[in-house]
Design a binder for this molecule. Sequence first.
Ligand code: SF4
Length: 466
Amino acid sequence: MTGTQVGQVSADLPRSRQVSENQCHMCMPIGAVAVFKGIENAMVLVHGSQGCSTYMRLANVEHYNEPVDIASSSLNEKQAIYGGEANLRKAMDNVIRVYQPVVLGILTTCLSETMGEDLERIVSSYVQENGITHISIIPINTPSYSGSQSEGFWAATRGVIAYCARPTLPHQRINVIVPHISPADIREIKRILDYAGLSYTLIPDYSMTLDRPYEGRYLKIAPGGTSVNEIAEMPGSPVTIQFGSTCPNSLSPGLFLKEKFGVPLINLPLPIGLKNTDLFVEAITKISGQPVPDALTLERGWLLDGMADSHKFNAEGRPVIYGEPELVYAFATLCAENGAAPVVIASGTTNSLIATCLAPLIETADEPPVILEGADIAAIEEAALKTGSNIAIGHSGGKSLTERHDIPLVRIGFPIHDRTGGQRILSAGYRGTLAFLDRFTNTLLETKYATYRQKIKEEYCNTEGI
Ligand code: SF4
């Protein structure tokens, strides 16, 4: 295995199947749902069958452990033949009556896209005929057969900004655009921005809507999220920081703001890992003109201390890293800077810049990793076995790596459906990086102490039991 192939699966891996086997990614509208949950007073409606919205609700509820309402236009066989416009209109009537949202996101599905539903036309004629001026109804095309949740997330973030943004007088609030990360990571990024004394518009902000303190009552729309007024004013911002180094240009919200409104764009990797967090802190201190806050200097020092403590164990790690491109890239660089060189780096997404981003890491690696794009979990398992991986980093979809092959899994990303607390997994910033690093190193140590007696026996004792 040469180890640098980019494609569905490395060329010398046996390709015994012609279909996807245990997908590594989730469906495109799921990513878009998270975006609308991060907009203030927003509700989301999926134009498709009830099964689509049920699947999306289930995946989100299991991960975030919160009520996640997603409406459906309930298409069935009849609408598949005669069209779903009447259903969608009725669904919009019902959602507006019951939820009274300020923003209503309408997402397509495999079915409505295949039917050729003209979402833009249906929504604009519905708005005109009903004289709707107080609700932003935002249609987003999310054909799941042509994209993953990652692309759905970027498409919806860009779509919301494109719909709401207006030419605005210059102001001092910077734009911050985040990818599909945990609510805990969003809170950490906001905490770092607050330390730097910057005012900002962060989108999408589901840090409070998808991870709420206990209140003992159900809320139709949870408070929190980015306000439409702030989104409208994003064009007046002095700069956009986007954590989207792997985001393709065609989906990039930050690039849209730059090209349409001239807002300068600083496109960074996620602040996960020492170097990546340094890049973020350097950017915000440059913008603020202030020195690095003492609290962040301390946290960086603790991270360095932790890296020194754990590096002697990490060198034994041969991680397979998989999931959404932005997370995968951040964790690959984190592992590399901690001496655990990744052996497989994989994503279920095909449309990303991950291979370009990873080029420097591959060039300098003693043993170049296998890179898989558009991969399913079966292909990742094959690559992990061939490369002798001994630890995995990714979402719950790859739990078969542990169940079938005894490769322990450090869970990050979406979805986490077989453990509790997916919404609280913290990996961003110096604090988050250190928390992850401890989990990673301790997972290696756990395997080591559980298996070393057996390994010694296998290595030094002969078959007569000596
Ligand atoms: S949009 Fe497509 S992939 Fe997603 S749940 Fe519906 S049918 Fe399945």
